[in-house]
Write a new protein. Structure first.
Ligand code: PMP
Length: 445
């Protein structure tokens, strides 16, 4: 049994966790040899699975050449190539890439670039970045300021300039008579109302996760929402930032989720599946005129020591190659549809599953007391941690959160690597069914 941890991850808990030994494909093994299915790709990171030999070989070759070159001293070929390869996968016009080491850094970079663009255009009154509640955009103070997840933000409120929030489109909880299209428009209008309340001249940008992640459990809005949000941003000259840290790099069955609705954001934020856990890597991708304007005004006042380092970029390039070579974006769409229908099927057996949602392989289910009211399960049941614990014991990793702003509701992300096969989906579903059945017995009156 591992001893109580003393390292960084475990600042959150004294609870020992199994000691990781190795990973292979969609499986992870601890030092006792126990095997786990990585049913959430870590935190929706390991998109191409573990220990991919092509990625390891590309990294080994780069390590033998140069592991680090400071970005202000040298350009590096892998960094330039990854920028082009990333831009090639983006909607036309989004062709400038600022590399960083993770999602929070990428969000900060996008927001600061947006701010400098406004200042350079003589619109220095614009600084507010409107976001949604619930949402998650990162843990650094800037990214936290746009995060709508009270347990993580409230203690730090005095230390940051909290940004205005509008309700996220949690349509599955609505009990009105609207059809989905009208509901989507209703939620989009919250943005217009908020812009008018704040004063349009003070609003810089709107940031949203096109398919929600940790905070909302794979929340997808009705189609009408996306186009209307773009229109509203255009009406007031507000930049639209898509945070695709979780939804990007193929996870939803498109390289970025924006493609599903034909939306062209002004800035796109990537991380997680981008280098798929092989190296820390993130990116803020911007319209070239935004970057040119900032450059003309003296340059981007921002940077991280490790930003754009060649080793991380080689890993990113090799991951993109694998996504293409194995056609993983298409696999995410096909396997996602299969997994979603299998999760939908669980609703027949377990009345406490209130909703199954998501796109591609960014999928989640939510537990409720009953479907009529959609009230959450009692907090004391601690369902979000108990069900994860049961699944873990059985060798299946799923990712859970208490949702709806962080205080109530339990959702579970089922997001295996994009390399998952039909047989492996059977395996995941077998273990999940067993875990749910044990959980049902435990909570039975
Ligand atoms: N944005 C989104 C949508 C995320 O899901 C996350 C991480 N869960 C972040 C930003 C922050 O990324 P990181 O933890 O790499 O800083």
């Amino acid at each position: 049994m591992p001893t109580a941890p003393v390292s960084n991850l475990f600042y959150q808990s004294r609870q020992p966790r199994p000691m990781l030994d190795r990973g292979e494909g969609i499986y992870l093994y601890d030092v006792t040899g126990k095997r786990y299915i990585d049913g959430s790709s870590g935190a929706m990171v390991s998109n191409i699975g573990h220990s991919n030999p092509r990625v390891l070989e590309a990294m080994r070759r780069q390590m033998e050449k140069a592991t680090f070159g400071y970005r202000l001293h040298f350009q590096s070929e892998p960094t330039e190539r990854l920028a082009s390869e990333t831009a090639r996968r983006m909607p036309a016009g989004l062709d400038r890439v600022f590399f960083v080491s993770g999602g929070s850094e990428a969000v900060e970079s996008a927001m600061k670039l947006a701010r400098q663009y406004a200042v350079a255009r003589g619109e220095g009154t614009r600084w507010k970045v409107i976001s949604r509640h619930p949402s998650y955009h990162g843990c650094t103070l800037g990214a936290l300021a746009v995060t709508g997840y009270d347990p993580l933000t409230v203690p730090f409120a005095p230390m940051m300039r909290e940004m205005p929030k509008i309700p996220a489109p949690t349509c599955y909880l609505d009990r009105d008579n609207l059809d989905p299209a009208a509901r989507g428009l209703k939620y989009a209008e919250y943005l217009r109302d908020e812009i008018l309340r704040q004063g349009p001249e003070s609003v810089l940008a709107f940031i949203m996760e096109p398919v929600g992640g940790a905070s909302t459990g794979a929340l997808v809005a009705p189609d009408s929402y996306y186009a209307r949000i773009r229109e509203i941003c255009d009406e007031f000259g507000i930049l639209l930032i898509y945070d695709e840290v979780m939804s990007g790099a193929g996870r939803t069955g498109a390289f970025i989720a924006a493609e599903h609705w034909g939306i062209v954001p002004d800035l796109v934020v990537l991380s997680k599946g981008f280098a798929a856990g092989y190296m820390p890597l993130g990116a803020a991708v911007a319209r070239s005129d935004i970057v040119e304007t900032v450059l003309d005004s003296g340059g981007f006042l921002h940077g991280f020591t490790y930003a754009g380092n060649p080793l991380a970029c080689v890993a990113g390039l090799a991951v993109l190659d694998e996504i293409e070579r194995q056609d993983l974006v298409a696999n995410a769409a096909t396997m996602g549809a299969l997994l979603k229908s299998r999760l939908d099927g669980l609703m027949e057996t377990y009345p406490f599953i209130g909703d199954v949602r998501g796109k591609g392989l960014l999928l989640a289910f939510e537990l409720v007391s009953d479907r009529a009211s959609m009230r959450p399960l009692p907090k004391e049941l601690n369902a979000h941690s108990r069900l994860v614990e049961i699944a873990y014991e059985r060798g299946l990793i799923v990712y859970s959160r208490r949702t709806r702003g962080g205080y109530e509701g339990d959702h579970f992300l089922v997001c295996p690597p994009l390399i998952v096969t039909e047989t492996q989906i059977d395996e995941i579903m077998g273990l999940l069914d067993g875990a749910l059945s044990q959980f049902a017995d435990e909570i039975a009156p």
